[in-house]
Ligand binder design. Structure first.
Ligand code: CA
Length: 223
């Protein structure tokens, strides 16, 4: 059974989302504010969290930071405003994807299935994969632990997958479209800024020189 926690303070939206997800076969738990959402995630250890950005208590960004601290969990963020800043900050604190309100239930389910497929693929691919070494960075796909010069660094699930995809082909330039397809499972190219935002946060965590920008083409790690 796949469990999804929905953290949303507008009860009609939370109930509609939960009903749709239950009809798709998911087990769904609901929380209506930041603190109880964090508590619910810790207690139920869900496979995915649907997280509203504007919440009482503390907001979705803080919820995202807190739930990612213990264990990487995929997050689909809901934003009321289609504000670029909110989206970029959300992605930087570890959300996998976002959906601006109002959204269609069908779109929500499609996004959730895409994220779950990506996580499943990443887990399957990790079995028996060697530790990646890129400069002073070591990433172990089996445990998803990352060390930089021997010091542990926390990466969000999507940051780890992005690093693993680039690190598997040192010296090869991957386009944003290829990265969207391989890391996020998207078939279209409407997510270039999502890729850029995650590359930026990988550089912040692991060093500016780790990933090379090839202007007009894409990204590569040094071979
Ligand atoms: Ca709200």
């Amino acid at each position: 059974m796949t469990t999804i926690v929905v953290i949303e303070d507008e009860a009609p939206i939370a109930d509609a989302v939960a009903a749709r997800l239950r009809s798709e076969g998911f087990v769904v738990e609901i929380a209506g504010d930041g603190p109880s959402g964090v508590e619910l995630v810790e207690r139920t250890q869900p496979d995915l969290v649907v997280l509203d950005l504007m919440l009482p208590g503390f907001d979705g960004l803080e919820v995202c930071r807190r739930i990612q601290r213990e264990r990487p969990v995929p997050v689909l963020m809901l934003t009321a405003r289609d504000s670029e800043t909110d989206v970029l900050v959300g992605l930087a604190v570890g959300a996998d994807d976002y959906l601006a309100k109002p959204f269609s239930p069908r779109e929500l389910v499609a996004r959730i299935r895409t994220i779950l497929r990506r996580v499943e693929r990443a887990q399957a691919g990790a079995a028996g994969t060697a530790v990646l070494r890129i400069g002073d960075v070591e990433a172990d796909p089996a445990t998803r632990r990352v060390l930089r010069a021997g010091e542990a660094v926390h990466l969000t699930p999507i940051e780890f997958d992005l690093l693993a995809v680039l690190g598997a082909k040192p010296g090869v330039v991957l386009t944003r479209e290829q990265l969207l397809h391989e890391v996020w499972g998207y078939r279209d190219a409407n997510g270039a800024r999502t890729v850029d935002s995650h590359i930026r946060s990988l550089r912040q965590k692991l060093g500016a020189d780790l990933i090379r920008t090839v202007h007009g083409v894409g990204y590569a790690v040094e071979g």
